[in-house]
Write a protein that binds this ligand. Structure first.
Ligand code: AMP
Length: 283
């Protein structure tokens, strides 16, 4: 793996690869890499001739009272992990490469970004879509890999690519979990022992609903109630939302009749955690 700070250091190489008919895969991250990120890198490696992994803690997607300053950063460790997965480039841009001086143009989705996390983190998805768009323009990948763990983010990036006609294939990857079910996240590092011990309940709640869905339950309120009951037994997790929405439009529905997502967000101690399961009656 080659650590690069400027896109100009790999641009010609990637262009050469693409001119020969080979594909470039891209895995954007905020670093503090874990197995979830590595699964994306592996998939990109399997599907493309060259894989670029970016590490950029994007300031515009953090709210004023969020964890931008204390977000875990360890580029050396990230480089070792990227090397172990044989990524070709580890791209760690400095902020001015992404946001030039005087930067004032943002990408804003105006419907799906308003619900779920968007309702609790104003401006978050505007920051996410803007940085992803900038990174797409700097890397120019054929395929880009995103985790289902961040379900709304994934859907919004798909939507941006559809609406703006971006020439990149968005690949969705399954959520990687610790053995006890907790979805891996760089933010799990914030959890103290007692918090870490109860955190798997979040997925436990989603699983309870998923099991009922698999057994034939299709009423949204019933499914949400089942998950809510499990979370009620874990009062230290303060729920921000627990909602069942269609995947396509992130719309509410009384009955699950199309591919949908049961999504949860909340705060455990000082750490905001999210998770979700996909409920698909067509599968
Ligand atoms: P982040 O560094 O948290 O911004 O995440 C970078 C990418 O890794 C995003 O596409 C995430 O959805 C994905 N990701 C993060 N955690 C996981 C996980 N546990 N399983 C799968 N993908 C993940």
């Amino acid at each position: 793996v080659k650590i690069v700070h400027k896109a100009s250091e790999f641009r010609d190489h990637l262009w050469g690869v693409q001119k020969q008919g080979f594909a470039v895969g891209f895995v954007p991250t905020m670093g503090a890499l874990h197995e979830g990120h590595l699964s994306l890198i592996r998939r990109s490696k399997a599907e493309n001739a060259v894989t670029v992994v970016s590490v950029f803690v994007n300031p515009t997607q953090f709210g004023p009272n969020e964890d931008f300053d204390r977000y875990p950063r360890d580029l050396e460790r990230d480089a070792k992990l990227a090397l172990s997965e044989k990524a070709d480039f580890l791209y760690a841009p400095e902020s001015p490469e992404i946001y030039r001086s005087g930067f004032s143009t943002y990408i804003e989705e105006t419907a799906l970004s308003r619900v779920l996390c968007g309702a609790h983190r104003p401006g978050h998805f505007r920051g996410v879509l803007t940085v992803v768009f900038r990174l797409f323009n700097l890397v120019r990948p054929d395929r880009a890999y995103f985790g289902r763990k961040d379900a709304q983010q994934l859907r919004l990036i798909e939507k941006m690519a559809e609406d703006l006609g971006l020439d990149v294939e968005i690949a969705a990857c399954p959520t990687v979990r610790d053995p006890d079910g907790l979805a891996m996240s760089s933010r799990n590092a914030y959890l103290v022992e007692e918090e870490r011990a109860v955190a798997p309940r979040i997925y436990g709640a989603l699983r309870a609903a998923e099991a009922a869905f698999d057994a034939g339950e299709r009423r949204s309120d019933r499914l949400v109630d089942l998950a809510r009951a499990v979370l009620a037994a874990c009062p230290s997790f303060s729920v921000q939302y627990l909602e069942l929405r269609t995947w396509r439009d992130l719309a509410e529905a009384d009955v699950v009749s199309e591919r949908s997502v049961l999504a949860v967000a909340g705060v455990l101690g000082k750490t905001r955690l999210i998770d979700n399961v996909i409920l698909d009656p067509t599968r």
